[in-house]
Design a protein around this ligand. Structure first.
Ligand code: NDP
Length: 335
């Protein structure tokens, strides 16, 4: 069983030297346990935070242990009456090829139906990132038809879902993403009304002017994935009683300070700003997954995947994700 461990913690930007590839034998199963062959590993920005030893909403990743991560795979051996060989499952298998799990622990392993939805989608549009987009949009932004919703990291796993869910609710949807290729495809493939290339607008004035053009009626809802100058520019265009869902602040994940330069706008515009962690809202997952699953199964919700090959490629692919080398959900194919 090849595994990737966190070997040491980064200062600032992480590197492949923070990780270590090891091979360990898979030991025999105990009663109640299941052996899963992981087919795909999900790489997610939150893993960057876990690499630090600082206080956050989640515990740091312990050194010398298998990196945490969501996985989908197939049961290959079972000593648990609820699972049999061949079952397709989603779980938190970590950065490794096989996982041995005590399947009696509630929620540790979920069976999934791959008749109409590909297995990998349970790590993206019909999984944690999709529910994240759904929660921030539906529960915090609460969009009404005719409103304008903006989303940053628009081509990503979360952002792509947000935009399409907002379109389905009758909103004008404007994305923000890095580079002309990503922006073009956010419009042509994901169906956004417009997408602004933030790299072509490197200062506040230029970005806020681009937002004014793309959002002639101002901004009613903003789904925040990035922070920093992009947040400042959006806030300048926000309408009275607009809502911002604080989902991620990836531009600050390596420790750079990302101040908000104009907080008085919150008062002037009577805005609502709310942060959330999707795993603290398990109650909405069934409702969110029902909508996301139906939209994906009927082809109405489009999603992209960037797939790295083999467990050894995971560190490099993870560093790429933090730099925007992915388009859509970043996965590692293990089988
Ligand atoms: P993505 O697939 O969107 O990948 C990350 C993207 O962020 C990159 O592709 C890149 O796109 C963009 N990015 C990276 N650095 C910067 C930067 N300095 N400035 C602007 N954009 C940057 O990841 P996810 O969809 O998985 O996650 C999106 C966000 O949601 C993250 O912030 C993540 O932490 C957050 N999240 C929060 C959760 C919660 O419960 N609150 C749960 C899940 C995710 P580009 O090329 O366009 O720059």
């Amino acid at each position: 069983n090849r595994q990737i461990l966190l070997d040491n913690r980064p200062t600032g930007e992480p590197s492949v030297a923070n990780f270590k590839l090891v091979e360990t034998p898979v030991s025999a199963l105990a009663d109640g346990e299941v052996l899963v062959r992981n087919h795909y590993l999900s790489l997610d920005p939150y893993m960057r935070g876990r690499m630090n030893d600082s206080k956050s909403y989640a515990q740091p990743q312990p050194l010398g242990e298998v990196m945490i991560g969501g996985t989908v795979g197939e049961v290959v051996e079972s000593r648990n009456s609820h699972f049999k060989a061949g079952d397709k499952v989603v779980g938190m298998g970590g950065w490794q090829e096989y996982q041995r799990v005590d399947a009696n622990q509630r929620g540790v392993l979920q069976k999934v139906d791959t008749t109409h939805i590909p297995l990998s989608a349970y790590l993206g549009a019909v999984g944690m990132p999709g529910v994240t987009g759904w929660y921030g949009l539906v529960k915090i932004i609460t969009p009404k038809a005719g409103e304008t919703v903006v989303v940053s990291a628009a081509s990503g796993a979360v952002g792509g879902a947000v935009g399409q869910l907002a379109k389905a609710r009758g909103c004008r949807v404007v994305g923000i993403a890095g580079g002309p290729d990503k922006c073009g495809q956010v419009v042509s493939e994901l169906g956004f009304d417009a997408c602004i290339d933030y790299k072509a607008h490197p200062d506040l004035k230029s970005l806020s002017r681009a937002l004014k053009e793309a959002c002639p009626d101002g901004i009613d809802g903003y789904f925040e994935n990035v922070g920093g100058m992009i947040l400042d520019a959006v806030m300048l265009r926000c309408n009275a009683f607009s809502r911002i869902a604080f989902c991620g602040m990836i531009s600050g994940y390596n420790g750079d300070p990302i101040p908000m330069t104009n907080p008085s706008l919150i008062l002037v515009n009577r805005m609502k700003l709310e942060g959330f962690i999707v795993s603290e809202h398990m109650g909405v997952w069934p409702e969110a997954l029902k909508e996301l699953g139906a939209l994906v199964a009927t082809g109405q919700l489009k999603y992209r995947e960037t797939v790295a090959e083999g467990i050894a490629s995971a560190p490099e692919a993870f560093l790429g994700l933090l730099k925007g080398k992915n388009f859509g959900k970043q996965l590692v194919k293990l089988v």
